[in-house]
Design a protein around this ligand. Sequence first.
Ligand SMILES: [Zn+2]
Length: 312
Amino acid sequence: MKTRAIPIFLLSFMLLLQGCSITSHTLDTQAAPGKASSSADMERMLAQPGPVDLDTVVSADWTVRLAGLLNLKNPQAIQAGLQDRDEPIQVYAYLLKHPTRGNFLVDTGVSRKVIAKPEDYGLNWLIQRVMHLDQLQVRTSAAEILAPLNGKLSGVIFTHLHIDHIMGLPDIGSGVPLYIGAAEASESSFKNMFVRGATDQMFKGKNAFQKWHFQPDPQGQFDGIVDVFEDGSVFAIHVPGHTVGSTAFLIRTTRGPVLLTGDACISRWGWDNSVEPGDFTSDHETNLKSLKAMKALVARHPEIEVRLGHQH
Ligand SMILES: [Zn+2]
């Protein structure tokens, strides 16, 4: 009895240290649409107006701790004397209308169903407390964003799979294609053990994920770029660090190019001062490298409008 108990204890301890992936939701064997591209190809197209209509929707107002938005241990933050405090932010969803490929959501915003009964979606008291869910006020739910589309939604594109980016899923139909960066669903971490139940619950009954497999950027500016619709209108850019599969999007809209950073950069101060996000960031050094690569892109092309993860 004793000799068996030790290995089981050790095994459990090792499993605990190793953690788990953020979700056990099914991965489709079919890759997400798109073809490998390069920063040279992407940047060459920026001067021409694009075909995409893009609406930024404020799905919710929220207040969280600054330490989540910014790495307060980054030398820049220390030098500025930043202290942890409450900071107002917003939860966004982006409605992307492509003239031939249809309507897409980038991230989901928030469903009123989740806020009314968080426990039903796996958000236990601990997650609610860590997330400051009581501080979140829905302004436009995912259902309200989608209502004018009469069910015409061709897909949901995720910047990453953290809870605040998937809380609109209960308002989204079960057959809608879901697209993520490769590796996003497979990164193993201890923190995932707290949220995996909720993440799985949000995705219950939904389509399997289709993934973008990023190839190295020939110019070495980014970790990989995919031309999503193969027409140069929407580029998925691999910007790892906040999560291993974090994806930004460069969208050529009718009003000019827009960069959606996702949570590779959450706050305005972080963008202006090149400071990466704080808590809940899996690899700070890699995130900072991705943030600097995005800033360099915008410095080369000041016409790009930047939309950050949670602040204007
Ligand atoms: Zn977020």
